[in-house]
Design a protein around this ligand. Structure first.
Ligand code: NAD
Length: 373
């Protein structure tokens, strides 16, 4: 009820919203997506939003599945790659959707890696002030991380992921069949985040990866499903307890402080996975030097990263001083000081009084960087 007191009127909009959603795992899920949408429609027409690579590989198959259930569907795609993750690319797709008669009653199917998921989710936030969307992640990284948690957005000239909003998907379909075409570099990027999940949250999962690294690298479907389920359980648990990244969710940044810096300083010659691997070794060493992470755990971490084919040493061309400089200007730095999430042991992170990240003196960081050469 609108209340009024003198010259102030109050619109009461307290809301109790349930944003829960299901993650569906399997191999060859497109027919299931179509039959689920036939049974429980979330729009009267569906826009598959994808990129040029994934669209070429899978859009027709998904379109056919939806059409065979009598659903209206059309594909909208943009050039693959991070450089497309802009407001302009989103507006172009939105213009095409609008021109094809898509309106408020439509829903988006985000078919692709993290770039597609972030962009399609953002379009679902702004198109007609919000329409439902489904995530169909097609990279290990997207299946492990970006498709869960509702972070959507685009890059701008002022920063990566600078513009965006939280919007949870209606459902996430994790189909491991699509991973067979994934380029090795992309597959490994997701694997680095997978190993990270074991270290930050689940020691049993870490040991599973140690014992089954061959079938993981061989993309054996049972391993891929096990990985997808574990990754989602970990990311889901973290997101559930801290949806807006004020505390626990920061543990997902393990390895990313120094990792982002070496990725940038290598001019992106190091892939994200390779950079995060090096970043985890730096952070692990910082934790070890501060007395939190044992030498055995550090060796186990390095052993698994090497077995999975990752570099663990900082390339000679990148100086310690430059890494420290870049980490201080990282967007997650606080007051110009780099923040590190640090492990206590494999499977457990330090809580730092609920902040799950801490400032570390430059001398300690410098020593850890030096030992990572
Ligand atoms: P990406 O979406 O660019 O995909 C990598 C490459 O693989 C692209 O060229 C793509 O076309 C191709 N590809 C995707 N699936 C394929 C398949 N099945 N077969 C063959 N080729 C395929 O990159 P990504 O690593 O998946 O995601 C990176 C993005 O995710 C970044 O923009 C990052 O900011 C974002 N991200 C978001 C979150 C979040 O919480 N929202 C978390 C982590 C990362």
């Amino acid at each position: 009820m609108v209340e009024q007191k003198d010259d102030v009127m109050r619109i009461s909009l307290a809301r109790d919203v349930d944003e829960s959603y299901d993650l569906v795992f399997g191999e060859g899920l497109f027919p299931k997506i179509a039959s689920d949408l036939k049974e429980t429609p979330i729009g009267s027409r569906y826009a598959i939003v994808t990129d040029s690579n994934v669209g070429e590989l899978f859009a027709k198959e998904l379109e056919d599945a939806l059409m065979s259930e009598g659903l209206q569907v059309q594909t909208f795609s943009f050039e693959a790659g991070e450089k497309s993750k802009t407001v302009d690319s989103c507006m172009k797709v939105i213009g095409e959707m609008s021109g094809s008669g898509y309106g408020r009653d439509s829903a988006i199917l985000a078919l692709g890696g993290g770039v597609v998921g972030d962009m399609a989710g953002f379009m679902a936030v702004i198109f007609n002030r919000g329409i439902p969307y489904i995530q169909i992640p097609t990279t290990v990284l997207a299946q492990a991380d970006s498709s869960i948690g509702g972070k959507t957005g685009v890059d701008t000239e002022f920063g990566k992921n600078l513009v965006g909003a939280f919007k949870q998907p209606w459902r996430v379909y994790l189909d491991v069949a699509v991973l067979k075409n994934l380029p090795d570099r992309e597959y490994r990027a997701g694997l680095a985040e997978t190993i990270k999940h074991g270290i930050i949250f689940d020691g049993n999962f870490f040991r599973y990866l140690q014992e089954n690294i061959e079938s993981v690298l061989g993309k054996i479907p049972e391993s891929l499903i096990r990985i997808a389920k574990n990754n989602c359980k970990i990311k889901g648990a973290v997101v559930e307890s801290d949806p807006h990244e004020v505390g626990l969710r920061k543990i997902l940044n393990y390895g990313h402080t120094a990792g982002h810096a070496v990725e940038l300083l290598s001019n992106y010659e190091l892939s994200h996975g390779e950079a995060i691997s090096i970043g985890m070794m730096v952070a692990g060493r910082i934790a070890n030097k501060l007395g939190h992470f044992s030498k055995e755990d550090l060796d186990a971490q390095e052993g698994l990263l090497i077995a999975a084919g990752f570099p663990t040493k900082i390339p000679n061309a990148i100086s310690n001083e430059d890494i420290i400089k870049v980490t201080a200007t990282d967007k997650k730095a606080v007051g110009g000081k780099a923040m590190y999430s640090l492990p206590v042991s494999i499977g457990k992170m330090h809580d730092f009084d609920g902040k799950y990240a801490t400032y570390v003196d430059d001398e300690v960081v410098m020593a850890a960087l030096q030992s990572s050469r």
